[in-house]
Design a protein around this ligand. Sequence first.
Ligand code: ADP
Length: 508
Amino acid sequence: LTSSRTSQGLYVIHIAAEMAPVAKVGGLGDVVSGLGKALQRKQHLVEVILPKYDCMQYDRIQSLKALDVVVQSYFDGQLFKNKVWSGIIEGLPVYFIEPLHPAKFFWRGQFYGEHDDFKRFSYFSRAALEFLLQAGKKPDIIHCHDWQTAFVAPLYWDIYTPKGLNSARIAFTCHNFEYQGTTPTSELTSCGLDVHQLNRPDRMQDNLSQHLVNSVKGGIVFSNIVTTVSPTYAQEVRTPEGGRGLHITLNAHSRKFFGILNGIDNEAWDPARDAFLRFQYNANDLHGKAENKDALRKQLKLSSIDANMPLVGCITRLVPQKGVHLIRHAIYRTLELGGQFLLLGSSPVPNIEREFEGIASNFRNHPHIRMILKYDEILSHSIYAASDMFIVPSLFEPCGLTQMIAMRYGSIPIARKTGGLNDSVFDVDDDMVPLQFRNGFTFLTPDEKGVNSALDRAISYYKKNPEWWQHLVQKAMNVDFSWDSSASQYEDLYENSVSRARAANLAQ
Ligand code: ADP
């Protein structure tokens, strides 16, 4: 192991399929930029490698330019050229790999959902390592994410360490164990991995179907550090129900497996400076919050006769994981309890989309319900600011960001006790939790009764005790969900792993 540290900081390279705000589908994109920026503030040298998608938000990339190098990388028995670009995203240096491959892997108008996703991302994982080797980079940590770049871990040890790219420890973060990147074993050879070596129960063979290989499993087995995005989810995925077949592998590798709660980007989500809001506000002066509520009600033609009528918000992808039937129930229940409900949701699942379009058209001109079925970043800011409560009834939730953003905007979460929700929302009536940490309403069973048990209490407290509610809002707004503390946990894991490797090297 050779050291490449130029200062006291570590040299960390993230290889990922997403990075907010230029290429974001979900939480992964937020983590790559949020964690990256926090580590950079802590004096580490952080770089990111992304595919050069045609559909990125190019206006958010500064100083984009093609490098004067062509990286040749192996795939399907041949060498293909790759153009490499550099740019800056939110202050972080980023390299973009553009494969000059006839299949135009990242020229598809969308990030995921292509028939050859396994090929596209195994190609990218290999090309990213090839670039590091040819550029002579000597990172301390290579951090890969989710199934799309989990290939980096076996590729690094099997192919790149022998070639001399050998300075790094490998970290792998799985952001959602629902997506494991499984494929027929033969496909693994395309990127140069040795199927005979890897198609074994203790390596990359899928635990549920022996004729498949599993990329996330490869990430777990071949990385030095494995993390997921909250402590509770890290426990859940070690059980048969939560692990979707990978619990066996995670339990076998439990000593290197950790759950670290994601943070949120406190600059992007700040009600005191949010340019998308008509009225800025902070925990010491909540007038602006009330004004935002009034303004949004008028904008969306909801009744604003009673300023004190509670407004429940929900912003989500409408997919089964998010408890769509419980969201539907919460809409009707809120109405029964004398509240208003505002849903902003988009669905990639056609029958869910149709169902919600049906409900939305029933409520088209309703004075207390509005359902906006699309993805709208600007509107999302207004809803966080305007709502009094925010419902997140997920069936499972690796971390979840919306409950944390809602709290930062003084909207009190009503959340199911699962995954990262269980690590960030603590019930106001839970005597087991110290008073200063109680910040919302929770329920355990994912059914209508469960939702009612939290929603009914929230609305009742809101109506009966406005002063108490205001105090709760201020408390929630002051909870620190910034990346700084989560980034310190990653920093500790990186540093321990690097020093163990150095000590082992010295001993040799
Ligand atoms: P997931 O990654 O599973 O979708 P998270 O809670 O981790 O869920 O992250 C969701 C992010 O996407 C949040 O920043 C949320 O504000 C945003 N979001 C979700 N749905 C929408 C939508 N329809 N319009 C705007 N933003 C949305």
